[in-house]
Design a protein around this ligand. Structure first.
Ligand code: ADP
Ligand code: MG
Length: 363
């Protein structure tokens, strides 16, 4: 893990996975008008793969001969990159595949990773076409580094890899309820927040976590072999049927407005939720809002999040703890969970960070 930074070769062969229906539906136009000319200047040749349906990008990268490409670029929202990451993790050579630098170009309505990378690069806060230009410029420069992923396991036996965040309750409801307003772009989240505030409800469940400690740095690595490798083991977790280990913390309250485990700085273009987060900080930034918070206080928190000052409000209902692993056991199966903004039926879930599991183009 010492050689943390690399640079894309010139000329550079990029496979661009593009969802024409993401965001306001202008990803292909924007790619041709804004991105293509900049890439040409930088000797990056782009082969565009336009997705025709959900899961199409997942299948493409799962089966692709990756030696043809120097980078896999996603021009869409976070949802399409989530497909790409999980498609790559399904390959028998996943550990080789995860060395291929990924790149996100914001074409969706939820562009949290693009906003985070723009922030880590030290750029001013921008949105829309300016954010797209900043991210394209990073691809032209070609610097890449490692990124942590979080492995999530569900009670029904799913194993998912996530680069952005896991949510439950209010924030997930806003994310999914507002998808019908995708044409509004990022403003979909503002409208969705106001609508969900009106019908504010409480979610029952048990939340536990392993606090960030000086020990347990990283995940033990398997010995190198040529055989297809088992997926990285979740060495910090015990099976969901068993109680969490004794050195974990169990949150005494069991009524929440929302739980959000984020591993990047931004939850959305205008939501700086975890200002301290970095691409490979080995950390899950766990936020939860306890029931009993007023609508006004909740609104204040979301407004303050535009500048990342929500913790300065010292709201007694808002809790933040940096962790390595967490478990959430909802009391009822009602409600929805999200992984990187994609919906998941509500069930017990636990997750742990896997340091530096993939690579992304950065500043
Ligand atoms: P947005 O930020 O606008 O939500 P995403 O990249 O998150 O954009 O994509 C939203 C969803 O669209 C994802 O679940 C993805 O699987 C799905 N998708 C990808 N390609 C297509 C397509 N051609 N038609 C419809 N849905 C698609
Ligand atoms: Mg999305």
């Amino acid at each position: 893990a010492g050689d943390s930074y690399g640079v894309l070769p010139r000329p550079c062969r990029a496979l661009v996975l593009l969802n024409p229906h993401s965001g306001a539906g202008r990803a292909l136009e924007d790619f041709q008008a804004v991105v293509q000319p900049m890439l040409a200047e930088a000797e990056v040749t782009a082969s565009v793969f336009v997705t025709e349906r959900p899961h199409h990008a997942h299948e493409k990268v799962r089966d692709e001969d990756l030696s043809q490409w120097d980078t896999l670029v996603v021009m869409s929202g976070d949802g399409l990159l989530y497909e790409v990451v999980n498609g790559l993790m399904e390959r028998p050579d996943w550990d080789e595949a995860m060395k291929k630098p990924l790149c996100i170009l914001p074409g969706g309505s939820g562009n949290a990773l693009a906003a985070s990378i723009n922030y880590y690069a030290g750029n001013d806060h921008v949105a829309k076409k300016k954010l797209l230009m900043n991210c394209t410029f990073l691809l032209c420069k070609g610097l890449h580094t490692q990124m942590d992923l979080v492995s999530l396991s569900t009670a029904s036996g799913k194993r998912l890899f996530s680069f952005l965040g896991f949510g439950w309750g209010f924030i997930s409801d806003v994310d999914i309820d507002s998808e019908k307003y995708r044409w509004l772009g990022n403003a979909r989240f503002t409208l969705g927040t106001l609508q969900c505030l009106a019908k504010l409800r409480v979610y029952h469940g048990r939340l536990s976590y392993l606090p960030l400690g000086p020990t347990a740095q990283g995940t033990p690595r398997d010995p190198v072999t040529n055989a297809p490798r088992a997926l990285p083991p979740d060495s910090l977790l015990v099976p969901l049927g068993q109680p969490v280990p004794a050195h974990w913390t169990v949150v005494p309250e069991e009524e929440f407005v929302t739980v959000y485990a984020i591993y990047q700085s931004h939850l959305g273009t205008n939501l700086l939720m975890a200002p301290a987060a970095r691409l490979h900080d080995g950390c899950i930034h766990l936020f939860y809002l306890k029931a009993g918070i007023s609508r006004a206080a909740l609104l204040r928190i979301f407004l303050a999040m535009a500048r990342g000052t929500h913790l300065d409000l010292n709201c007694p209902h808002l809790c933040y703890v940096p962790v390595r692993a967490f478990r959430l056991e909802p009391r009822t199966s009602a409600g929805i969970m999200t992984v990187d903004g994609e919906a998941l039926a509500s069930e017990p879930v636990q997750g742990q960070v896997h340091g530096r599991l993939c690579r992304v183009v950065c500043g």
